[in-house]
Design a protein around this ligand. Structure first.
Ligand code: ZN
Ligand code: ZN
Length: 453
């Protein structure tokens, strides 16, 4: 037991003795503000590295670049007596391995040291100081700026500078990180204050992102609504197909725009006077409030749609013919509101059903004819639906749905259901916004020799 204790104690002592010579910064782990002030008493040396994190050569390189920065970077401002003065920048860098949490954060370390040392030329009433504080094992840094340099070193520029430094700091290339910092500050002083665009690029980007999110949500909502409308139209066609088979189909919407007809408020009084035949279609008017355009073949359209149709035409259709049944309409006078073919057939079918039960072959013929006539209307309606909603209905689908072999519900067709926006994956990809940018990226400590001073 004694032997083991001796070995452990000797090992620790060896570690301390070795590290104190080779890596002194790791042996003094944390620095209070006072201990930093005490150690870095030479104010002419702008690089304060009390724990010796930087090699002598690296510290000399950093100090040389920092002196160059102070010599070349100036701030334009008015002096107290009204004349223009251009005081030089004063810059300090503090790099320690760790701070004492009881003494504050890297921010309070930076600002306290900045103020206690008085970093910055104040010849024009404003201070021109910059102090970079880096705590390597805390993996944090803070750049403290005076009011005189803030017009040039704006917060967004400071964040950008620190972002550039991080790739070196993550690799523990501290000297390179500090040189990158000095170089960036130098560049910004050469550029001068940021332009309007640079100042507000953040707002513009946020506005752009918000607009994109809003527009995306709006489009998504619109597409869901469109899909619901197409679904409703297809369901209606499915129901109509069933009604046709039962001989109870009645056209109640415009085949061109697919909008429902409205009940004519005058139809009741007309019926009372016995002036109409009562077959159904004359009870309706278009959604435009005008009487329906009923062709001599019996197909009815909203008057406005029909007038547009024959004046503009549509690819693949002859405007002199009914677009549904292809019967010639050019020679016909403006058709009176006659019963639709379907309705009159239904009526005759009903009459026959009431009078006799021995006309089954005729009934079958009528049913087949009815079905064929309706199939033409259904195909036309599907074509119109495709023209209005090409995102959800393709020509291939219309062809497939119109074939005599297709017997499924349109609204449940897999090809159509696949276009449902609610079914598509909406992996919005959340990107990190970057955070406060003073941390190196959340990495863990790279270890070292611990001590408790
Ligand atoms: Zn219409
Ligand atoms: Zn027709």
């Amino acid at each position: 037991m004694m032997i083991l204790k001796t070995i452990v104690t000797n090992s620790i002592l060896t570690c301390f003795i070795f590290l104190d010579k080779a890596v002194p910064s790791l042996c003094k782990m944390s620095w209070s503000i006072q201990s930093i002030v005490d150690t870095c008493s030479d104010r002419t040396n702008r690089v304060c590295d009390p724990g010796g994190i930087l090699s002598e050569q690296d510290e000399a390189r950093v100090r040389e670049r920092l002196n160059y920065l102070e010599d070349t970077c100036t701030v334009n401002c008015e002096s107290n007596d009204g004349g223009d003065v251009v005081p030089n920048v004063q810059a300090a860098i503090v790099i320690v391995s760790m701070i004492e949490p009881i003494d504050g954060t890297v921010e309070s370390y930076a600002t306290t040291l900045h103020n206690r040392w008085g970093v910055g030329n104040v010849s024009c009433g404003k201070s021109t100081g910059i102090l970079l504080f880096v705590s390597t094992l805390d993996r944090s840094m803070y750049i403290s700026t005076s009011d005189g340099v803030q017009p040039i070193l704006t917060n967004s520029r400071l964040e950008s500078i620190m972002d550039e430094m991080k790739r070196f700091l993550k690799e523990e290339e501290y000297a390179e990180g500090l040189l990158e910092y000095i170089s960036s500050v130098n560049d910004y002083f050469k550029k001068g204050p940021p332009s309007f665009a640079e100042n507000y690029i953040g707002y513009v980007m946020i506005g752009g992102v918000l607009l994109f999110v809003y527009v995306s949500a709006y489009i998504e909502k619109l597409r869901r609504r469109e899909y619901a409308m197409v679904h409703s139209q297809l369901s209606k066609l499915d129901r109509e197909k069933a009604l046709v088979l039962m001989g109870r189909y009645k056209c109640t919407s415009c085949p061109i725009c697919l909008e429902d007809f409205k009940l004519d408020p005058n139809a009741v009084s007309k019926n009372d006077e016995g002036t109409v035949t009562g077959n159904g279609i004359e009870k309706y008017i278009g959604s435009d409030g005008k009487p329906l355009q009923v062709l001599k073949c019996g197909h009815a359209f909203r008057a406005t749609c029909w007038n547009d149709w024959i004046s503009k035409g549509s690819a693949g259709f002859d405007v002199r013919k009914c677009p549904i049944c292809k019967q010639d309409i050019s020679a016909s006078p403006p058709p009176p509101p006659t019963p639709t073919r379907h309705s009159s057939e239904i009526q005759s079918l009903v009459r026959r059903n009431a009078n006799t039960t021995s006309e089954a072959p005729d009934q079958n013929d009528n049913a087949v004819q009815r079905r064929n006539q309706y199939d033409a209307e259904r195909r036309f309606r599907l074509t119109r639906l495709m023209a209005r909603y090409p995102r959800y209905i393709s020509r291939t689908q219309v062809e497939r749905w119109s074939s005599s072999s297709y017997d499924n519900d349109l609204a449940r067709d897999e090809d159509f259901m696949r276009t449902n926006p609610a079914r598509s994956d909406t992996t919005g990809g959340s990107r990190s916004a970057g955070g406060g940018s003073t941390s190196f990226g959340g990495g863990s400590s790279s270890g070292g020799c611990g001590s408790s001073w």
